[in-house]
Write a protein that binds this ligand. Structure first.
Ligand SMILES: [Fe+2]
Ligand SMILES: [Fe+2]
Length: 309
């Protein structure tokens, strides 16, 4: 494998320090057109809603959840396949969705269900250089990267739900492109032309950024506050209070970019992570292993969904 940290092509758009204290203060509220877009957003499928509730409530009725899931053959097949995969497989092969739910746990189940939902939205966004599968695959890669970070660091401070925050960290882009002018020039072109960051370009073009919008969406979907906050701040790593979920999402976002884009970076040219990696106990060598593990898991996931590229 080529060194992950050599000859970075990291554009200003890809810098992780896309937010700062001063910009936060200047932050404009979400324009009404986009707020309306969030309010008009189709609700999450009922099974996903129940799993979101389960994030708050440990006493969720899994039999009810299983009954709701069994109506969807494709999702059922995926859950059974995941439960029997090498990563989760126990000695006993699982045939029933109720047993699969118990083996996988709420977070992984929600992960699978949300991926299914995001994938069904058939989202594409030329302004963001995102084709139909790009947004959910980037989120899925980030979610896998969180799992790889937890495996690598064995840091118990990183909540398991960080995988969900990573999965939906860029969800705001979904509303941004749906409800804004299709004639908006590529955000990346604006970044290069004005030498500004991706989030700065969004604010210039749309009066708000995808992190704010994504956090408003997560709030509407009743996601727990730590997830909503991690989405809101995933481009702001200058954190005053240590936040392991936010640090994990910031690093997972970078790992997902490296894995998906084939980007190579060096410690010197890697975006300023403001010590996120040190706070959660990840060395650069460890981060390289995280990227390799994420890449391998992503290949498995794409294989499961029949995606070739
Ligand atoms: Fe983002
Ligand atoms: Fe991202």
């Amino acid at each position: 494998m080529a060194p992950l940290f050599a000859n970075s092509n990291t554009a200003p758009a890809d810098r992780a320090d896309e937010g700062s204290e001063s910009r936060r203060k200047d932050r404009m509220s979400i324009p009404e057109k986009i707020l309306n877009g969030i309010n008009r957003l189709e609700p999450l499928p009922i099974t996903v809603q129940r799993l979101v509730v389960a994030l708050h409530d440990e006493n969720v009725n899994f039999t009810e959840v299983a009954q709701a899931i069994e109506y969807d053959g494709a999702i059922t097949a995926n859950i059974l396949r995941t439960a029997n995969s090498a990563a989760f497989g126990g000695r006993v092969r699982i045939e029933h969705i109720r047993d699969a739910i118990v083996r996988l746990g709420t977070i992984t189940l929600l992960d699978i269900m949300l991926i299914g939902h995001l994938r069904s939205m058939k989202f594409s966004a030329p302004a963001y250089r995102l084709s139909e599968d790009d947004l959910w695959l980037h989120g899925a890669a980030a979610s896998l990267a969180v799992k790889a970070i937890i495996k690598e660091t064995r840091n118990r401070q990183i909540p398991e739900a960080s995988a969900i925050a990573a999965l939906v960290h860029d969800i705001g882009k979904l509303v941004m492109v749906r409800y804004l002018s299709a004639k908006v020039p590529s955000i990346h072109a604006v970044c290069q032309e004005k030498n500004i960051t991706f989030v700065e370009a969004e604010r210039e073009l749309f009066d708000c950024d995808h992190a704010e919008v994504g956090s408003a969406m997560a709030h509407k979907w009743s996601f727990p506050e730590p997830i909503t906050q991690a989405i809101a701040r995933h481009h702001e790593v200058n954190t005053v209070e240590p936040d392991p979920m936010l640090d994990a999402v910031v690093l997972a976002n970078l790992a997902a970019k490296i894995v998906r884009d084939g980007t190579e970076a060096s410690p010197a040219s890697t975006p300023d992570l403001s010590g996120a990696e040190k706070r959660i106990g990840l060395t650069w060598e460890g981060f390289e292993r995280v990227c390799m593990q994420t890449g391998a898991w992503l290949q498995d996931l794409k294989h499961n969904y029949g995606i070739r590229n």
